[in-house]
Write a protein that binds this ligand. Structure first.
Ligand SMILES: [Zn+2]
Length: 404
């Protein structure tokens, strides 16, 4: 009986000591690189107290492209700070630290976190230093992160609005739904074929700031302020063309390792010639183009350096049915009271990335207005990115006012 009590006491003391040691500092086992925001193949090792070395792996088919740093501390963060040394040895062509990171306690409210050196100075090795955490669980991701699960939550919220129809045009290679929203006033006072049609999509799954820009557009389209715009127009919205990306940390590619903005086929969609999702999306666009309400403008939404940068390849309505493109630029600037967006510029011929992209491709195939909507790497918060989308959509609503 006495022995039993002593054994129980020893076990209790051991458990307490283990807990105290564990609460003292972070361990490798407290991190996960799997989940809705993940980073495939990442290795982590402990260097010193709360100091870890992380080595990133690469995208499928692209040994030179690092996966993005997305992970969770699943427990034990409270009371600990964190220093991460991050490495990638696959080359300098696409640096993992080109964009800022964000961290969060709930995966919704994000704080920006800047790299110590930056990609120009140190593209293959950099450091992140986090303050002492106040909660045990922490999420870390690239830009202002968005998981595919969050895309589905947003769609659940938006689809309650009577103007929203949700189309699932197929499944990704890993079985995720490919969602296209169609937003237009269901009342038929202005016939569908008279409405302007805009198509907004994100091709590169890791370019999250551009996804939040699209969220800002949708939120405005569904607001009371936009009631007339919903009567005049039809908006198609694809928040993520390559939804398998975020859980793997893939920045530009699908599961086949194909760059999702170099896989358009201006000669027409072709199942054999194209990446899986690229083919399904282009076939869907071709169906829209063959309908009574073909797309007037196509917006290909990305992230690169600086503030938002829209680049216009004009279609036939610009400067004929509608005022010159410079008027579109003027309207956009007038709405942009916080300087989130560079003045609209023309992008034609030699300055384009060509017909395998979602601007050059649809413009070559159908002659429609195409906008490469880039930038926003220096918009560090969800709020600013959402706001930039609202500015753009208000300018679209003003320039494409009335109906066809
Ligand atoms: Zn891109």
């Amino acid at each position: 009986m006495k022995t039993l009590r002593i054994t129980a006491l020893i076990l209790f003391l051991l458990a307490t000591m283990t807990a105290l040691v564990r609460a003292g500092e972070l361990e490798v086992g407290d991190f996960t690189f799997a989940g809705p925001l993940g980073s495939d193949g990442t290795r982590i090792e402990k260097v010193a107290k709360n100091h870890f070395r992380v080595t990133l792996a690469h995208a499928p088919n692209h040994p030179e492209w690092p996966n993005k740093l997305n992970f969770q501390i699943v427990r034990n963060a409270k009371g600990n700070d964190l220093c991460l040394e991050v490495l990638f040895d696959g080359g300098k062509s696409m640096a993992f630290n080109e964009y800022f990171q964000s961290w969060s306690y709930d995966g919704k409210t994000w704080q920006p976190m800047q790299w110590e050196k930056g990609y120009k100075q140190s593209p293959q090795q950099d450091w992140l230093t986090f303050p002492v955490f106040e909660r045990d669980r922490v999420f870390i991701g690239t830009q202002v992160p968005m998981s595919f699960e969050e895309v589905e939550e947003l769609i659940q919220r938006w689809k309650k609005h009577p103007a929203v129809k949700v189309h699932v045009i197929g499944k990704s290679l890993e079985g995720r739904s490919l969602y296209r929203l169609e937003i237009t006033d269901p009342a038929r006072k202005i016939p569908r074929e008279k409405r302007w049609v805009h198509y907004f999509a994100n091709q590169h799954p890791g370019e999250h700031n551009s996804q939040w820009r699209i969220v800002g557009m949708v939120d405005w389209i569904l607001s009371n302020e936009a009631a007339q715009f919903r009567r005049n127009s039809i908006c198609h919205v694809v928040l993520m063309m390559s939804p398998d990306g975020p859980s793997h940390g893939w920045y530009r590619v699908n599961a086949e390792g194909v760059d999702m903005n170099r896989s358009y086929r201006a000669a027409g969609s072709d199942k054999k010639e194209q990446a899986h999702e690229a083919f399904l999306w282009q076939k869907d666009l071709e169906t829209l183009m063959a309908s009574a309400s073909p797309v007037t403008t196509i917006w290909s939404c990305h992230t690169w350096s600086g503030i938002v940068e829209p680049l216009l390849t004009p279609g036939p309505e610009i400067g004929s049915r509608l005022p010159p493109w410079t008027e579109f630029a003027r309207i956009m600037q007038a709405h942009d009271t916080r300087s989130l967006i560079k003045p609209l510029k023309l992008r034609t011929g030699a300055t384009s990335y060509g017909s395998t992209t979602w601007t050059g491709g649809p413009h070559a195939q159908f002659g429609i207005t195409a906008i490469l909507c880039e930038g926003a790497a220096t918009l560090f918060t969800k709020e600013e990115n959402v706001e930039s989308g609202k500015v753009l959509i208000k300018a679209i609503a003003d320039y494409y006012s009335g109906h066809k």
